[in-house]
Write a protein that binds this ligand. Structure first.
Ligand SMILES: NC(=O)c1ccc[n+]([C@@H]2O[C@H](COP(=O)([O-])OP(=O)(O)OC[C@H]3O[C@@H](n4cnc5c(N)ncnc54)[C@H](OP(=O)(O)O)[C@@H]3O)[C@@H](O)[C@H]2O)c1
Length: 167
């Protein structure tokens, strides 16, 4: 809570436009929302969010409090060894996702990103590959049908990639 007060002071001093949090569950969000004397509400909460961990309950909670859910690991983090449990399946190789993407002549990555945008999630991804950066920008050029959205919703298994495994 002391950090929150410090951040509020930063905003008052014009050093920050808004305050956001990361990796907060709904109980932690509730705690800061109910903090006596809260001056500024958190505008966003950045969490791991993808097809296998779609955070639908947290998303509903955030929407009901006008907090933007920001997704990281939206492409499944692509097997960065220090963070990721390598025993988990590769998200972009999911057979349902691949079949839907193929049907629409798009890539699984674009479908995984578009899914988030259509459910009101702000999605982060990164790439060092120019071709993939360009590809990801096409996320605004097409739409998923309600049937595709439903099929992708069905892939959720509340499985995190980021486990911060001991080295
Ligand atoms: N708040 C937190 O706790 C937290 C935790 C983790 C990450 N983040 C942030 O979230 C952001 C996103 O990073 P992320 O780690 O979550 O990863 P991600 O977006 O799930 O995956 C990034 C990986 O996907 C690959 N990629 C990008 N576009 C692709 C495409 N079109 N097709 C196939 N592969 C593609 C990239 O590889 P190439 O470079 O080879 O293209 C990169 O290795 C970063 O800014 C990161 O700092 C925040």
């Amino acid at each position: 809570m002391a950090l929150l007060v410090a951040l509020e002071k930063c905003k008052d001093a014009g050093l920050a436009k808004s305050i956001g949090v990361s990796n907060f569950n709904h109980k932690q969000l509730e705690k800061i929302l109910n903090k006596p004397g809260l001056k500024y509400k958190s505008v966003c909460n950045q969490v791991e969010c993808h097809l296998y961990h779609n955070q639908s309950r947290l998303l509903d909670f955030c929407k009901s409090h006008d907090i933007v859910l920001v997704a990281f690991d939206a492409l499944g983090s692509q097997r960065v060894k220090e963070w990721v449990n390598l025993n988990h399946p590769v998200l972009l190789e999911d057979p349902v996702l691949s079949a839907i993407a193929q049907k629409h002549k798009q890539t699984p990555a674009l479908f995984a990103l578009r899914y988030q945008i259509q459910r009101g999630v702000v999605v982060l991804t990164k790439s060092f590959n120019k071709k993939q950066v360009k590809e990801n920008m096409q996320v605004f050029d097409f739409e998923l049908s309600p049937e595709d959205m439903k099929a992708i919703d069905g892939l959720n298994r509340n499985r995190r990639y980021c486990e911060f495994l001991p080295k």
